[in-house]
Structure formats: C-alpha cells, structure tokens
Design a protein around this ligand. Structure first.
Ligand SMILES: [Zn+2]
Ligand SMILES: [Zn+2]
Length: 552
C-alpha cells in the first residue's frame, strides 16, 4: 500500500498580502502555521479587519495538534483571538511573540483559557507526527523564527518573514549555517516569503535607519515625534538609543504603543537607560529640543494618537510649529490615502514631516531577490512553494527559483484553499478546501455579507434617496405629494427641478391603483424601480433608493 501523503493547505496569504495561515496535515495530525489578519482594502467599506475562513480547521478541529506562530506581526497573530475560542489547541511561539499574542488576546477578551507555550529559537516541539524546530530569522520584529518541520515524508523549511540583515538592531541574524546543514542533509520542500520578490539586490540594514534617526535628533531644534507600528520594537529601540545620545527624553503616547513597550521592557526585548522614559505630566516646562514622542498612527488609523494630534484632537499633545514628525513605516497597501491626509494635516499644523519618500526613515523587513536566491541556494530544496505575497510576487519568486536550478515542475504556485499532496516522489494539487475572507466589522464577526458591502459601495459612490410616502390610514390613498430627501446624490439646489419631477413621478405611479389600499411590498418595489430608472436616465447614477411609508 502506498504511504499516505502530506497535505499542504494554504488558508491565507497567497495571492494577497496579509492574513497568513497554512495547515499541514498528515493522516490524523494537523498543525497550523500562523493565524493572521489583513487590513481591509478601500472597497471593503466600514470593515475593520479581515481574517481567513477557518471552516476547514473547524471541521477537523480534533486533529489539530498545535498552532505555531512565526512572529508577532498582525498578519501572523491577528486572527488568533477569533480562532482560539473555536478550537482547543495549544499555541507555540517565541517569548516576545507570546507577549504580543497575550496583549492581542487580552484586547479582544480571549486570553483566558488560551494555552500559550514558549519555544526559544533553536528549540523544538513534537506535535503528533510533526517535529517542529524553530530557527532564528532576522525580520522587522525581534524574536522572529522560521520553521524546520520534520514530517514522515521529509523535511520542510518554512522561512516565516525574513531578510538577511547582518547588522540587525536586536535579535539575531538569520541562522544560515543551520540552513546550509539542512541543505546538505536534503530538504523536501521550501516555503519562502515572497513579499519583496519584486525588488532587486539586497534589503538595506536597519542600521541605516539608526543613522538617519541620529541625524534628526541632533539637528531638530524642536520636538521629535516618531510614529511606527507598535510591534516594531527594534525601531522603538533605535529611537530610545538615539534620544539617549542627544539627551532627549522619550514619551510613549497611546495605549497600544505603551502596552507593547511595557511588555517588551518586562521581557527584556527593549532596553531603556534609567530615567529616559518620561510621563506626559512631566512635559510641562521641558525644553522642546529635549523631547521625543513615540506613537502609533503610521497607517493613518483614525483613532491613533498621531492622527488625533494632526487634527488637534489629542487631549495632551498638540503639534507645534517647529516639530519634526518622522513616519517610520511604509503604508500598508490600501492605507495610502489615509496616510497622505495625515501628512498633509501635519504640514498644515506647521510640522516638518519626514517619511519614506523624502528620507530613509524606514527599511522593510523582507528579503529582496538576492536574499531569496541565497536562501534557495543554501536550502537546496527538492520542491519549492512561494508563500506570502500577491500572485505577481509568487510568480516572480518561482522564476527566481528556476533561475537557481529548481526544475519548473518542482515548483508549486498555489492559491489559498488549494490542497497540495506531497511525498518524496512529487506533489500535485488535488483539490480545494473552503477559503476566503471573513469580515470583521466593529464587534461582529463574519455576518457582513457581500450584499452589505455592495450597499456600502453604492452609498459611497452614488448616495442615497429617501422617499417619504404618506398614506391615509382609512382609504390607503396617497396624502399630498411624496417627500424626497437625498444625500450624496446630486446638488439639491442645482437639481431641484429634476428632484421635483421625480416627486411628481412617484405621485403619478401611486395614484393609479383604484380604491383598494395598496400592498406595501408592491408600492415599495414600484417606487424603487421607477426612481432607479428615472435617476439613471437623468444622471447616469445609481443612488440607493429607500421608500418609507407613514400612515396618517
Ligand atoms: Zn512580518
Ligand atoms: Zn508577514
């Protein structure tokens, strides 16, 4: 009898940036790698977050031996608060990652009952038939790891998110010697990060950002406000180091930033010289050139401290003329407009703003082409599967693999939900599982259907028209002319005649039915259809038409 094959099932992160999640399944054992979220794109109006569809995992929940998290970024941990309450599986991660997971779970009230386990880089854990070993990788967050997974069909290497910075701020550089050793031993499959597969050459070292920050702290005559991701602990470290050199004190502003900073200090991932961190009540009277703020808001998030400051809406901190604001992050695709608006507002308040396009205040955490090739060359996998990226990134990464000698038929470019069945001889996609987006809107999970999204899109594009129809309680006949109120559709003064005409049209349509009181469902669709057609003819737009009936 043929030996069972291993199933590799990406549930998120392929053909998209974000919500990374993958399942490995061998007979009765499943391990899950990462459980991330994605920030919504501009078409997903009013949606706060997007997480993967976990249906497949829920069906097989009793087989799940563990959830392994490669590092503490939102696109790897953000869906845990929604996954863990539904499956009873332990979570394995490094120490800092566990700290960030706890902060996240606590925020969403999902911490109690969670079984969080710490594995150090270099350590390993047995989960059913899988032995999972962590190896350190360098990324834009400390304590990130890649995985060496020993399976019954062979060794799998999962890169996590990585780059090859030889002078990282904190944490260790990627463990190349362990990978080379495995390459000599024989690796069946490499799964590798494709996020920056478009970029030639090497990703610059974090060191470059440190130098820029030093420069800014030295020459700014006013206060310096640095904004970044709260999880970018190494960037916060760079700010603290720079501030220390120029005798500035550091104020951490905003709850999520200060939660993360305190956690990282407690766990020893951040080092702050005594007395450098200050409380906001110490701000008064301090010379401006001795002040640094660290805050969130690098993505233009409306509730973040920076955006509040930019809009003069922050209780304690206002932007002053002469402040230097450093945006130390690149906008996540979809957030560009929000970020640009924030930058504009900061300039309006009289600040000098430094961001990616005008200064080297950020380097990203993913390997460029030469680094990806180096990893392929060291690991020398028999089979290769690009992960983490849009389809173009995966395709380019596949090309890179071919260029270093991996035969085309040994490269699998998959999409979310594909089932790749693999053994030592070969692999192929044998089917699909349910996958896709689950939308999270405020506190509700998953009940935002495509209809709701379509409505929101329609409202934002063409506005809304409310038709108020007064009907006589006894006779069922129309009383007076219907009222029409519109928002976001046309300029009501300019288009007064057209709107008036539509009121008459509704009156005529409703007047036709004899003496019998009209059925509301009928009136509703009649009015809606008539107006949809009329407004489209007049304006080439499709406002949402909402008839309301009042009985008088
Ligand atoms: Zn990452
Ligand atoms: Zn990532």
């Amino acid at each position: 009898m043929a030996k069972p094959r291993l199933k590799v099932i990406p549930l998120g992160g392929l053909s998209e940036i974000g919500k990374n999640m993958m399942a490995l399944e061998y007979e009765d054992d499943i391990i899950v790698i990462d459980s991330g979220l994605m920030f919504p794109s501009e078409e997903m109006l009013g949606i706060d977050l997007v997480i993967p569809d976990f249906s497949y995992l829920l069906e097989k929940r009793e087989k799940i031996r563990g959830v392994i998290i490669t590092h503490g970024h939102e696109d790897h941990i953000g869906a845990l608060p929604y996954l863990l309450p539904q499956i009873d599986a332990p979570v394995y991660s490094t120490k800092l990652t566990q700290g960030l997971i706890s902060v996240k779970l606590k925020e969403r009230k999902a911490l109690s009952g969670a079984r969080l386990n710490v594995i150090s880089p270099g350590g390993s854990v047995m989960l059913g038939r899988f032995k999972v070993e962590f190896f350190p990788v360098c990324h834009s967050i400390p304590d990130a790891v890649g995985l060496i997974i020993h399976t019954p069909v062979g060794i799998i290497v999962h890169s996590g998110d990585f780059k090859l910075d030889y002078t990282p701020v904190s944490g260790r550089p990627t463990d190349l010697s362990r990978l080379a050793q495995l390459g000599a031993q024989g690796v069946l499959l490499l799964l590798s990060d494709s996020t920056y597969a478009e970029l030639l050459g090497y990703t610059p070292s974090e060191k470059v950002v440190g130098e820029t920050l030093d420069h800014i702290m030295a020459e700014a005559s006013g206060r310096v406000i640095v904004t970044t991701f709260s999880s970018l602990v190494s960037r916060v470290q760079q700010v603290i180091d720079s501030a220390a050199k120029y005798q500035r004190r550091v104020f951490i502003v905003g709850r999520s930033m200060s939660d993360t900073v305190h956690m990282a200090l407690d766990l020893g991932y951040l080092n702050a010289p005594d007395g450098i961190l200050a409380r906001l009540d110490e701000l008064k009277g301090m010379p401006r050139n001795k002040i640094v703020f660290v805050t969130t808001g690098s993505q233009g998030e409306p509730t973040s401290a920076l955006v509040r400051m930019a809009n003069r809406d922050h209780r304690q901190v206002h932007i002053l003329r002469g402040d230097t604001v450093v945006i130390s992050a690149t906008p996540i695709p979809g957030n560009e407009a929000l970020v640009n608006r924030t930058v504009d507002n900061l300039f309006k308040q009289g600040a000098r703003v430094l961001y990616g396009k005008v200064a080297q205040v950020h380097v990203h955490g993913h390997g460029s082409q030469e680094e990806l090739k180096l990893l392929l060359n060291l690991v020398k996998p028999r089979f290769f599967m690009p992960i983490h990226g849009e389809y173009r990134h995966l395709s380019l990464h596949a090309k890179l693999a071919q260029s270093v000698g991996i035969p085309r038929e040994n490269i699998f470019v998959l999409e979310d939900g594909d089932i790749l069945e693999l053994d030592s001889q070969g692999g192929k996609v044998t089917g699909q599982v349910t996958s896709g987006n689950v939308y999270i809107d405020g506190l509700s999970v998953g009940d935002i259907g495509s209809v709701v999204l379509r409505d929101r899109k329609m409202l934002s594009k063409d506005g809304i028209v409310v038709v108020i129809i007064a009907i006589n309680k006894q006779t069922g006949k129309l009383v007076g002319r219907p009222d029409i109120v519109s928002r976001g559709f046309v300029d009501t003064r300019e288009s007064k005649d057209m709107l008036d005409e539509s009121r008459d049209l509704v009156a005529r349509v409703l007047d036709r039915g004899g003496t019998r009181p009209a059925e509301w469902g009928f009136v509703y669709s009649k009015v809606r259809d008539t107006l949809n057609r009329f407004y489209y003819e007049q304006t080439k737009r499709h406002p949402m038409v909402l008839p309301f009936m009042i009985r008088v």
